[in-house]
Design a protein around this ligand. Structure first.
Ligand SMILES: O=C[C@H](O)COP(=O)(O)O
Ligand SMILES: CC(=O)C(=O)O
Length: 213
C-alpha cells in the first residue's frame, strides 16, 4: 500500500511532540516510556542508534500498554522488518530509499519517511507519501523553509525534527503544515541516567500542553 496516512495521523496528531530517544537498555526504555506516557506523551520513537534499541522496542511494546512505541533511525528494509517484528507501531526514517519504500509497501505498519528538499518531496508525493519527517529541521532551513514549502506542497504535513526545544517549538507548531514535532529535549540523557523519571514526566507534561495549529 502507499502510505497508511490514517494510522500515522492517528499517532502524530494525538500529541504535539514526539519524544525521540536513544536508550541504553530495555529497562531504561520501559521506565522512560512509562514516565513520558504519565506526562501525556504516549507515542515514543525509540531510535535504532544503540545496541539495546530492538530489545527496548520489544519490551515497551509488551510491558507498557499505555505507550505507542515506534522505531526511528530505520535505514533499510531489514531494520524495518525487525522493528515491526519487535512490535513497533510506526517506523521513522531520516530519509528515504527505494528499498525502504518496498518494505513499507508490504507492511501495515505506517512509515514516516524523512525529506528535506523539494525534489525529495516530489519523489515522495509520486510514491503516495504526504506525511513526512522534515530532518534535520533547524539545520535544513527551519521555520522559514517550511513556510516557503507550504504554498507549493499544499497537501504535505510535516513532523520537523532536529534542533527543536521549548525555545522554538511554539513557532513550529503554529505552522499549518506541521502536525507535530520530534525532539529529544523531553528525555535528556543526564536526567534519564540519573533515574529522575519524575522530571521526565514534568518535561512531557509541559510538552503535551502545547498545541498544534
Ligand atoms: O531525529 C532525531 C534527532 O536526534 C532529534 O533531534 P534533537 O536531538 O535535536 O531533538
Ligand atoms: C532522524 C532519525 O534518525 C529518525 O527519526 O529516524
Amino acid at each position: 500500500m502507499a502510505q497508511n496516512k490514517q494510522a500515522l495521523m492517528a499517532v502524530l496528531s494525538a500529541q504535539p511532540v514526539m519524544p525521540v530517544v536513544a536508550v541504553d537498555s530495555a529497562r531504561e526504555a520501559v521506565d522512560l516510556a512509562r514516565a513520558l506516557a504519565k506526562g501525556g506523551l504516549k507515542a515514543i520513537e525509540i531510535t535504532l542508534r544503540t545496541p539495546a534499541a530492538m530489545d527496548a522496542i520489544r519490551a515497551v511494546a509488551q510491558e507498557v500498554p499505555e505507550s505507542i512505541c515506534g522505531a526511528g533511525t530505520v535505514l533499510g528494509p531489514r531494520q524495518f522488518d525487525a522493528a515491526c517484528e519487535a512490535g513497533a507501531k510506526f517506523i521513522v526514517s531520516p530519509g528515504t530509499t527505494i528499498e525502504l519504500l518496498d518494505a513499507a509497501r508490504n507492511s501495515s505498519v505506517p512509515l514516516l519517511p524523512g525529506a528535506a528538499t523539494p525534489s525529495e518531496l516530489m519523489a515522495m508525493l509520486e510514491e503516495g507519501y504526504e506525511i513526512l519527517k522534515f530532518f534535520p529541521a533547524e539545520q535544513s532551513g527551519g521555520i522559514a523553509f517550511l513556510k516557503a514549502l507550504a504554498p507549493v506542497f499544499q497537501q504535505v504535513r510535516f513532523c520537523p525534527t532536529g534542533g527543536i526545544s521549548m525555545k522554538n517549538v511554539r513557532d513550529y507548531l503554529a505552522l499549518p503544515n506541521v502536525v507535530c514535532v520530534g525532539g529529544s529535549w523531553v528525555a535528556p540523557k543526564d536526567v534519564v541516567a540519573a533515574g529522575n523519571f519524575d522530571e521526565i514526566t514534568r518535561l512531557a507534561a509541559e510538552a503535551a500542553a502545547l498545541t498544534a495549529a
